[in-house]
Design a protein around this ligand. Structure first.
Ligand SMILES: Cc1ncc(C[n+]2csc(CCOP(=O)(O)OP(=O)(O)O)c2C)c(N)n1
Ligand code: SF4
Ligand SMILES: [Mg+2]
Length: 200
C-alpha cells in the first residue's frame, strides 16, 4: 500500500472503487493478516490497485502480474496471492500468462477489471470491446469479434472462473472469498463500469 498518496487517481464513478471495496471486505471476512497478503498488478487504471490495499504489493509490468504472482506463491506458498489488472493487461498483452496460469492451476486468485477498453491510455479497443463500438483505435466501429474470458479460461482448464458485476459489492465479496479459499487457480472477470469511456 502506498501511504503518501495526495490525489485520487481515478475518475468519479470508476468501477475499480467498487471492486476495491469488495476485495477489502473479503480480506476482512477471511481475517487474513495483512503481512500474509500480496497484491500484484500490471499497468493501467485497474492496476493501481496495490497502492490502495493495506498489504504487500507491487505494480509490475504491463501484462505481467501473473508471472510475478506465480513466483511469489512458489517462493512462499503460505501467502494469499491476488493478481489484479485490466482487460488489456490480462486478455491482451498478458493473454498467454493467463492461459498458462489456467493450465498450471496455480493456487492464486486473478481478478480482472473488464471495462472493455484500454482506460489509462484513453480508450483504445481491447480484446473484449464489443463489435461496432467506436473507440480511439476503432473510429469506424470495432470490427473484431470479442472473446469470452470465462469460456476461454475454462477451455484452458480453469475450474473456478466467473463473471460478476462490480455494482453488486456483496455478491462480489462472497465470490472473492470463495476464490481465495479455492485450492487452485481462481479467475474472476468483473464487468467494470468506466464512465469516461464514452467521452473520449
Ligand atoms: C509494454 C507496454 N505496452 C504498452 C503500455 C501502455 N499501456 C499502459 S496501460 C495500457 C492499457 C491498459 O488497459 P487495461 O489493462 O484494460 O487497464 P485499464 O486502464 O482499462 O484499467 C497500455 C497499452 C505499457 N505501459 N507497457
Ligand atoms: S478511465 Fe475508466 S477505468 Fe480508468 S479511472 Fe477512469 S473510469 Fe476508471
Ligand atoms: Mg481496461
Amino acid at each position: 500500500m502506498r501511504t503518501n498518496l495526495t490525489k485520487i487517481q481515478r475518475c468519479p464513478g470508476c468501477g475499480n472503487f467498487l471492486i476495491m471495496a469488495a476485495i477489502k471486505a473479503a480480506l476482512k471476512e477471511l481475517n487474513i493478516p495483512k503481512h500474509k497478503v500480496v497484491v500484484l498488478s500490471g499497468i493501467g487504471c485497474a492496476s493501481k490497485m496495490p497502492q490502495y490495499i493495506d498489504s504487500y504489493g507491487c505494480e509490475t509490468l504491463h501484462g505481467r502480474s501473473l508471472p510475478f504472482a506465480t513466483g511469489v506463491k512458489m517462493a512462499n506458498p503460505d501467502l494469499t496471492v491476488i493478481a489484479y489488472g485490466g482487460d488489456g493487461d490480462g486478455y491482451g498483452i498478458g493473454l498467454w500468462h493467463f492461459l498458462s496460469a489456467c493450465r498450471r492451476d496455480i493456487n492464486l486468485t486473478y481478478i480482472v477489471a473488464n471495462n472493455e477498453n484500454y482506460g489509462l491510455t484513453t480508450g483504445q479497443a481491447s480484446p473484449t470491446t464489443p463489435l461496432h463500438v467506436k473507440t480511439k483505435s476503432t473510429p469506424a466501429g470495432n470490427e473484431i469479434q470479442p472473446f469470452d474470458p470465462v469460456a476461454l479460461a475454462k477451455s484452458a482448464g480453469c475450474q473456478f472462473s466467473f463473471t460478476h458485476q462490480d455494482k453488486d459489492i456483496a455478491g462480489l465479496t462472497k465470490l472473492i472469498v470463495d476464490a481465495i479459499q479455492y485450492q487452485g487457480f481462481s479467475h474472476i472477470d468483473v464487468d467494470q463500469q468506466c464512465p469516461s469511456r464514452r467521452k473520449w
